[in-house]
Design a protein around this ligand. Structure first.
Ligand code: FO1
Length: 310
């Protein structure tokens, strides 16, 4: 079994490659839920939805989130009622949040709901939220402690980043199956996701970081930073705020205490030596996932680096 630690868009695209190379039933994805937030009384779990919509072929490819061809009539009416509209939820996407919230009210857990939706969407891989308890990523800024979606979507990452806080992490537990999957994994792949918020929140769940030290499976990470900038999202602003070099070297430093192999892009080949000096063997390849073939090629490289025959 292969475990993938996943955030949103970058992870979903990476997984589109992984499912081409190994059977879906052999993949367990542990997904960040630190970005979850309630809107209009509905629980939105963006990274779980991004991963599921992408693998089910439903995603709006241009955005990387939401459902392709979705309409926004409900949002328009909510706006007419005076609601805020900085987080755009499409009509069909809202069905997912209504369904999730309804099941939560019936007493189902986030991992039970993820399993239910996965089956309904016809996906074969296992999708586990990192925790069934709420852990919410917040950014400490001069304007106060902001929920990650507020920092990113509402305020367009314009605030100075002073700290990253995972509210609720200390009291939370890994979701059922998470620790066992990590212990039993033949390989653990860290998707090209934001190391500080997406992967950082997974690592903040008590027990997960420790198990990464104990597991016998190889741990291989793909850098989401290429040529000194993230492919998507605000990783650069967060890394700068946290005084981490905005480069594949900075990413490797985030993971250095448990990482076995780092995968970086050809554009960053000059950084391989510096990462190897940290004691992390480094593989240089094309990590730009522009089409289905490049996604599969990257997945093959990463799995082979982890010692998996593909
Ligand atoms: N990102 C935006 O920048 N603007 C939006 O209005 C927005 C809506 C949205 C709705 C559902 C969903 O699942 C994701 C959505 N995202 C939106 C993306 C999301 O905020 C981030 O990409 C993830 O949280 C980062 O992993």
């Amino acid at each position: 079994m292969i475990v993938v630690l996943a955030g949103g868009v970058g992870a979903a695209r990476f997984l589109q490659g992984v499912v081409q190379v190994i059977p879906e039933e052999q993949i367990t994805v542990i997904v960040n839920t630190g970005d979850d937030r309630d809107f209009y009384g509905l629980r939105v779990s963006p990274d779980i939805d991004i991963v599921m919509y992408t693998l089910a072929g439903l995603v709006n490819e241009a955005q990387g989130w939401g459902i392709r061809g979705d309409t926004y009539a409900t949002m328009q009416q909510l706006t007419a009622y005076g609601n805020e509209n900085w987080f755009m939820l499409g009509d069909r996407d809202l069905a997912t949040h209504i369904h999730r919230t309804n099941l939560l009210r019936q007493g189902k857990t986030p991992s039970e709901i993820a399993e239910e939706v996965r089956q309904r969407l016809g996906l074969q891989l296992r999708i586990l939220p990192m925790s069934d308890q709420p852990i919410t990523t917040h950014i400490q800024t001069p304007a106060g402690l902001l929920h990650f979606q507020e920092y990113m979507v509402k305020r367009h990452c314009s605030d100075e980043v002073q700290d990253i806080v995972f509210v609720g992490a200390r009291e939370a537990k890994p979701a059922p199956g998470v620790l066992d999957a990590l212990k039993q994994a033949e390989a653990i792949l860290i998707a090209p996701s934001n190391p500080l918020v997406s992967i950082g929140s997974i690592l903040a769940v008590p027990g997960i970081h420790d198990v990464l030290h104990e597991t016998s499976g190889m741990i291989v990470a793909v850098s989401p930073i290429v040529g000194g900038a993230p492919i998507k999202g605000p990783a650069d602003k967060l890394m700068r705020g946290m005084k981490i070099d905005v480069s594949a070297v900075g990413v490797a430093r985030c993971y250095r205490d448990f990482l076995d192999i780092m995968v970086i892009d050809e554009q960053d080949s000059h950084l391989a030596e510096t990462i190897e000096d940290l004691g992390i063997p480094t593989i240089v390849t094309n990590t730009i996932m522009s089409n289905s073939a490049t996604k599969a090629a990257l997945a093959r490289h990463v799995l082979q680096a982890a010692g998996i025959h593909v």
